[in-house]
Design a protein around this ligand. Structure first.
Ligand code: GLY
Length: 353
């Protein structure tokens, strides 16, 4: 997998123009969804090379990260004469960068592409590291390939207009990156004021967060080993997310991860000696900022069942990444059903459910 160049931009327009001017290509395509077409495209519309580019727009939201949208992108590329020497620019959140990355990676066996993430979640996670794909058969990210974009251009100015839910959703992935890095990074994240956002400080923290992910991905691009550290909070988080989709109140991905982190750090405490103080710190932070995700003991079996179907499991055991301290990572950990139910008890008791 090629190395990705990640740029935290001072001027997105200038960076983009430089890249377009210095890249050999015959056509430029810009992929947006209906939301980013309206709110983000105007910011780059006058950049040289974008002004003459062919626009492709797909419907917004994760529900449209499907084979129909993918097919519509392939059709548009084909109809407008894309060749192996064309360049595709994905402008949007994780849905656009995942689907667009997959479309570019497969069209004519692969064309070059650039990600311009517009949400916090896509800046610190989805757009970085080459995981591309679509949902299929009711399963998230079921079909896809590993293939990095040539560049990721991050402009944190976009964060000034996203809503609090989206901000917190991305911030959960930043908390995860802090937990697998250093005490210093972890404390910077815990003490950041989510109510009075300092965007200059946030920009520095985004850069640090992306660097943490980049280091892990460079070491293990295909998730054979240490990249599994990035799954911290996600084994339980995905089960919460799936369960919530069956109700009237679906959880945003990052919220599910935040609640998953509480559970998996409890398991880390019990199985690997993760310190109680840090467990209490994250509990307080998540409760104050994310609220609670409520479920009863009658749903433990269903959650357990959802966890056994997680594609991260390599055998019938449920696979976890756990920590013995901040930055001390243990991949390929398992837990008994009894321990998992105790973990749910701890979560509900601690959050007062
Ligand atoms: N989102 C986790 C990873 O990229 O591996």
């Amino acid at each position: 997998m090629g190395k990705q160049q990640i740029c935290i931009c001072n001027s997105l327009q200038e960076e983009l123009q430089n890249i377009i001017v210095n890249t050999n290509h015959d056509h430029v395509f810009v992929l947006t969804d209906t939301h980013t077409e309206k709110y983000c495209l105007p910011l780059i519309r006058n950049v040289k090379g974008i002004d003459t580019a062919q626009m492709i727009t797909i419907p917004a939201d994760d529900i449209n990260k499907n084979v129909e949208s993918l097919s519509s992108v392939w059709s548009a590329l084909s109809r407008h004469g894309a060749t192996r020497h064309s360049l595709m620019i994905n402008l949007g959140g994780g849905m656009v960068t995942d689907l667009g990355g997959f479309a570019a990676s497969t069209f004519k066996r692969g064309i070059r592409y650039i990600n311009i993430p517009t949400t916090l979640l896509s800046m610190v996670d989805a757009a970085v590291g080459g995981k591309t794909g679509i949902n299929f058969n009711g399963l998230k990210n079921e079909v896809g390939v590993f293939n990095t974009s040539e560049y990721v251009l991050i402009d944190t100015e976009f964060l000034k207009t996203i809503d609090r839910t989206n901000l917190l959703s991305g911030y959960a992935e930043m908390l995860k990156h802090g937990l697998i890095s250093t005490q210093e990074e972890w404390h910077r994240l815990l003490t950041f004021d989510m109510d009075e956002v300092n965007y200059e400080k946030l920009k520095e923290m985004v850069a640090a967060s992306v660097a943490i992910k980049e280091k892990v991905v460079n070491e293990d691009p295909y998730e054979k080993g240490i990249r599994k550290a990035l799954n911290l909070g996600h084994t339980v988080g995905h089960a919460f997310e799936s369960l919530s989709f069956l109700s009237e109140k679906p959880l945003a991905h990052g919220y599910a991860v935040a609640f998953g982190l509480i559970c998996e750090l409890y398991l880390s405490h019990v199985n690997c000696g993760f310190p109680k103080t840090e467990l209490q710190q994250i509990l307080t932070f998540i409760k104050e900022n994310y609220g609670v995700y409520a479920f009863g003991c009658s749903q433990y079996e269903e959650l357990f069942e959802l966890m056994t179907h997680d594609k991260k499991n390599e055998s019938k055991d449920i696979n976890f990444t756990l920590l013995s301290n901040i930055g001390e990572i243990h991949i390929n950990q398992t837990a008994s059903k009894e321990q998992i139910f105790e973990m749910f008890d701890f979560y509900r008791y601690s959050l007062g459910i």
